[in-house]
Design a protein around this ligand. Structure first.
Ligand SMILES: CC(=O)N[C@H]1[C@@H](OP(=O)(O)OP(=O)(O)OC[C@H]2O[C@@H](n3ccc(=O)[nH]c3=O)[C@H](O)[C@@H]2O)O[C@H](CO)[C@@H](O)[C@@H]1O
Ligand SMILES: C=C(OP(=O)(O)O)C(=O)O
Length: 419
């Protein structure tokens, strides 16, 4: 992907339907969770076609696990899994490789793994993951960048997280599933992806209650088994395309959504004045003009997701006045600003916030700094005059399944080309 660029010619109206894929942030936890089944096969349906998934499937194969991806179905049989140190390059190419810690601790009580990679959004510590593991009786050392985690026997504990963290909640939940006795996790994150992971684990024989609330209770079980599960739709992919519909859509239908997962976005779209109609698991959007400027503050779920602030920025440039987005989850998540400026965007960054002024964009050569910044540039390219060339497309391919095909089908002039 390093030798490829996305080229977008702006100005087309997009019309038709788009089907949202399974959620990246669920899939990347469900895949490691599947290695915890000592017996039987775990079948995961709705797997998105993204590079984070291929890397995790490849990590399972490194552990001698039989993992087969056919279409959007992944079958994993981990009966003959072997514990070996995981290759650094794969682990460091994505964030969610940290879930191999919790899953492998549960299965083998021991894991050697590098610190994860993922989008550069400012500091992304994993101290709360470590705090949770240690409370379960895990010994943790860092030897030359490789984390060694081990325990004779994991034991349930009461853990109060200092920070509300998606990753720490899921990781410690994975590790505690087969610990001895009861674990109580307090001040946990409530994202739908956490509920999805708990649902899969319970189908595999775990005893987890309270996912989706601030407290999760886990009664440790002896072993887990195979099952089948369909992944929830990706609310961030959905929100990204919905913002495109509001920019350039005509009868632009986004299918396979769970509207309750997108309430914070829909309420902002109403304030902005976007014309949309929700019907069961789909939404139809028509773009408009004279949009209202708004203020947005990113928050943990059910607040406005940090992962949607960059994709929504091009829409806010079409408002009649200045909008403000305050980023409270990752106060440095603003690397898209300089790139949008190359396209003639009028943006100002001030202490954890971006002020978005009305802008008329011109196509330019730009660089995706991270996954959502990449989508933001694609959306900007769709409304810009002329051609936008987006470099560093590997970031985009970490999270948007079939993005070129989906947008082309709707009428966009977009292609992935070799530089
Ligand atoms: C693979 C995955 O699901 N990625 C998502 C996950 O990332 P990730 O799990 O990394 O994000 P967290 O929810 O853990 O991070 C939230 C905040 O807590 C801080 N923190 C986190 C852990 C920790 O041990 N210590 C600590 O201080 C982080 O720096 C950040 O400020 O949730 C983020 C917040 O919704 C999303 O942007 C990412 O798309
Ligand atoms: C930040 C994101 O992903 P990751 O945590 O996998 O880097 C994202 O999905 O926007």
């Amino acid at each position: 992907m390093t030798d490829k660029v996305i080229k977008v010619n702006g100005g087309n109206t997009l019309t038709g339907e788009i089907k949202i894929s399974g959620a990246k942030n669920s899939a990347v936890a469900l895949i490691p969770a599947s290695l915890m089944a000592q017996n039987g096969t775990v079948e995961l349906e709705g797997i998105p076609e993204i590079s984070d998934v291929s890397t995790l499937v490849s990590l399972l194969s490194d552990l001698d696990i039989d993992a087969k991806l056919e279409g959007d179905v992944l079958t994993v049989n981990a009966e003959n899994a072997h514990n070996t140190p995981l290759p650094n390059d794969k682990v460091q190419s994505l964030r969610a490789s940290y879930y191999m810690m919790g899953a492998m601790l549960a299965r083998f009580k021991k894991v050697a793994i590098a610190l994860p990679g993922g989008c550069h959004l400012g500091p992304r510590p994993i101290d709360q993951h470590i705090k949770g593991f240690q409370a379960l009786g895990v010994k943790v050392t860092n030897e030359h960048g490789v984390m060694h985690l081990s325990s004779e026997s994991l034991t349930g504990a009461k853990i109060f997280f200092d920070v509300v963290s998606v990753g720490a909640t899921i990781n410690v939940m994975l590790a505690a599933t087969m610990a001895k006795g009861r674990t109580i996790l307090e001040n946990v994150a409530r994202e739908p992806e956490i509920v999805d992971v708990a649902t899969l684990l319970n189908k595999m024989g775990a005893n987890i209650r309270g996912a989706g609330t601030e407290t999760i209770r886990i009664e440790g079980v002896e072993s887990l088994h195979g099952t089948s599960h369909t992944i929830i739709p990706d609310r961030i992919e959905a929100g990204s395309y919905i913002s495109v519909g509001a920019l350039v859509g005509k009868n632009f239908k986004v299918k396979n959504i769970i509207p309750e997962h997108l309430e914070s976005l829909f309420s902002k779209l109403e304030e902005i004045g976007v014309d949309f109609t929700i019907d069961d698991d789909e939404v139809v959007i028509n773009s408009g003009s004279n949009y209202n400027p708004v203020e947005i503050k990113t928050q943990v779920y059910p607040g406005f997701p940090t992962d949607l602030q960059q994709p929504l920025t091009p829409l806010l440039m079409q408002a009649t006045g200045t909008s403000k987005i305050s980023e409270t989850v990752y106060p440095a998540r603003f690397r898209h600003i300089d790139e949008l400026s190359r396209m003639n965007a009028h943006l100002e960054q001030r202490s954890g916030a971006v002020f978005i002024h009305p802008s008329k964009l011109n196509g330019a050569e730009v660089y995706a700094s991270d996954l959502r910044a990449g989508f933001c540039l694609v959306a900007a390219g769709l409304i810009a005059e002329g051609t936008t060339t987006i470099h560093n497309v590997h970031h985009v391919m970490r999270g948007y399944s079939g993005i070129i095909e989906k947008l082309t089908e709707l009428g966009a002039d977009i292609e992935l080309v070799t530089k």
